[in-house]
Design a protein around this ligand. Structure first.
Ligand code: GLC
Length: 606
């Protein structure tokens, strides 16, 4: 039978019903082309020939992984468009979908606006703010050529010893509210949009990804990729709840969790992946694996890999984030299908879901980057939004040794002020993990305003600002007449398992610095951390004021806006702040925290 001219194929027609396009295209695909769609590879092993030879359907950049050192959006767009050109040269011209961890802005890209990490956004309780952040992030992601953001993380962090606590918005109720990021990233689905059916509004929007399904934040002792031991009811009421909100907003993809539920790995959990998420809740988008997650099903990783491919794909994984050994994956998957160990119906279901999201995201009509968006990257409007988010995320934990004599807001016209601490003038520390690189790192890693920059801009011209990262004895000797001191301390950047901590101490002897300064000078302590950390009661008693700033990102001005009184504090703790680590896990219903869930002072005169 003569092959239909490409232009006449139903799937090529943008006005045809999505489901008709899906079915038409699926009917034309060979097994090799279907397997290619299920395969997601990392950009470091991707080339035009790999895409055309293996019909690869998706590419990602893992944490960081830029096209070149210091890459800006245009470099990213050049790389992704190059891959896309190759995809459009394949027989059926199916575009790739490129995914990236844009988890607090388009954070891999130099010059992008970096918003506060989720723990700080949870402190705002402001769903509309998070929606607007999603919209700004989507624009900056599309400017870089990517189509898919692996966000929001809707984990419920139940134990701050978990290295990914900062990726959580906090407790279940707060996380459910903050799923508004989905509508920000994808656009608001129209009235009557079917629950669970993917939605991406237009070219300034991206496919979102609710992750990590399900129970990633509830593991024993906060061990990353560990075991969440809860009843079925607790799993539903604590950890599953935000997924319902995401499905109601048409979230296009869901990422499975590395973790286990009562000892059973999520990536091979047919009941939760297929019976609950797809059949009961009606999810019609892509269920994607996590990075190398199929290798990690076994201990040691990679054992019986073919079995892991069989068990995870049969359990409901639609797309596999391989991400490097794609020949082995493709070979194993091909043999599993040819042997009947994975039924063709399962493969067709997975490919339908992938094609559905690609059609809905408009990739067939607009496969390449929209360079007109480049001037929106890190633009004033987005940075003002970031500044607003920082302001609203700050939680005032203490304000005056004598509650009658509030210490904040600070005077802008003090004669002489001391600024101290490892986190006072360090943009990388302010941004935390998942910024420019996977872990994040110290220093001027991108464009932004540090806490010190912001203080200097805020105080009067007659105020002398003395900055010492580590205050000298001479400075603290008491002969320097400082009106007040601002001490910014916290955690160094980390990501995933590397952030797991049993002691939760402030890094670089920050507590000691805070105490030594507070003993000599009236002091405001600013904590730049991804979670509640261990605070010595004596230190807390010695400071005049204490603010949890979380990981605020590039817009340090937001901190000065509040500590100098242009705005009042609004933030409320999204999780309890423990007194000592041996109290952990401590959740919202526990007694005797240092500061309870929902706590947060303000400067208003009551
Ligand atoms: C990581 C994370 C996941 C991320 C993915 C791609 O290991 O678990 O959150 O989206 O790999 O970078």
């Amino acid at each position: 039978m003569a092959e239909t001219r490409y232009e006449d194929c139903i799937y090529k027609n943008p006005n045809a019903e999505v489901e008709l396009r899906v079915r038409d295209l699926l009917s034309r695909m060979t097994l090799k082309e279907k397997i290619g769609q299920i395969t997601q590879i990392e950009r470091r092993v991707t080339s035009p020939s790999v895409i055309t030879n293996y019909c690869v359907g998706s590419v990602l950049s893992g944490g960081g992984s830029p096209p070149c050192e210091g890459a800006e959006s245009s470099h990213w767009a050049d790389m992704i468009d190059g891959f896309q050109k190759a995809a459009l040269e394949t027989r059926l011209r199916i575009p790739i979908i490129f995914g990236i961890d844009a988890v607090h802005g388009n954070n891999n890209v130099v010059g992008a606006t970096i918003f506060p990490h989720n723990i700080g956004l949870g402190a705002t309780r402001d769903a509309d703010l998070v929606r607007r952040i999603g919209a700004a992030t989507a624009i900056e992601v599309r400017a870089s050529g990517a189509h898919w953001a692996f966000a929001p993380c809707v984990a419920i962090a139940r134990d701050p010893r978990w290295g990914r606590t900062y990726e959580s918005y906090g407790d279940t109720e707060t996380v459910c509210k903050m799923t508004s990021l989905v509508s920000g990233l994808q656009g608001d689905p129209p009235e009557g949009h079917p629950n669970g059916y993917p939605f991406v509004a237009e070219r300034k929007k991206v496919a979102a990804c609710a992750k990590h399904y399900v129970g990633d934040g509830g593991t024993e002792k906060g061990k990353n990729e560990g075991n969440t031991i809860v009843t079925h009811e607790e799993l539903e009421t604590i950890h599953l709840a935000p997924y319902l909100n995401c499905l109601a907003q048409g979230v296009s993809t869901v990422m499975a969790s590395y973790s286990s539920w009562n000892g059973d790995k999520m990536h091979t959990h047919h009941f939760l992946l297929t019976q609950v998420l797809k059949n009961k809740l009606g999810f019609k988008g892509i269920l994607v694996s996590d990075w190398e997650a199929l290798h990690r099903i076994t201990d040691p990783p990679g054992l019986n890999y073919r079995e892991c491919v069989k068990d995870s794909v049969n359990a409901g994984i639609d797309m596999v984030m391989v991400p490097f050994e794609f020949e082995r994956f493709i070979s194993d998957l091909t043999s599993l299908i040819e042997s009947g160990e994975i039924p063709m119906t399962r493969i067709d279901d997975a490919v339908e879901r992938i094609l559905r999201v690609k059609f809905i995201a408009g990739l067939f009509e607009h496969p390449f980057s929209d360079r007109s968006l480049l001037d929106k990257v890190g633009c004033k409007e987005h940075r003002e939004l970031g500044r607003e988010a920082v302001r609203k995320s700050l939680v005032l934990l203490r304000n005056g040794k004598d509650p009658e004599k509030r210490f904040l807001p600070l005077s802008r016209n003090a004669e002489k002020v001391l600024v101290v601490g490892t986190h006072a003038d360090n943009l990388g520390y302010q941004c935390g993990g998942w910024t420019i690189s996977w872990f994040g790192h110290s220093g001027r890693i991108t464009t932004g305003t540090t806490i010190l920059d912001a203080i200097k801009k805020s105080v009067g011209s007659s105020t002398e600002v003395v900055y010492e990262e580590h205050p000298s004895e001479e400075t603290l000797s008491g002969h320097n007449n400082f009106t007040y001191a601002i001490v910014a301390i916290g955690e160094e950047p980390y990501a995933e398992t590397f952030g797991d901590s049993s002691e939760l101490e402030i890094h670089f002897n920050g507590s000691k610095t805070l105490k030594s300064v507070a003993e000599k000078i009236p002091t405001l302590g600013i904590l730049v951390t991804g979670r509640p950390v261990a605070l010595e009661p004596t230190t807390v008693e010695k400071v005049e004021a204490l603010v949890a700033a979380w990981l605020p990102g590039t817009e340090g001005d937001g901190i000065a806006d509040v500590v100098f009184g242009d705005y009042d504090f609004e933030g409320k703790l999204p999780m309890s702040w423990f007194r000592t680590v041996d109290q952990l896990p401590m959740n919202t219903d526990q007694a005797d925290p240092l500061f309870p869930h929902g706590f947060g002072l303000n400067c208003k005169k009551d």
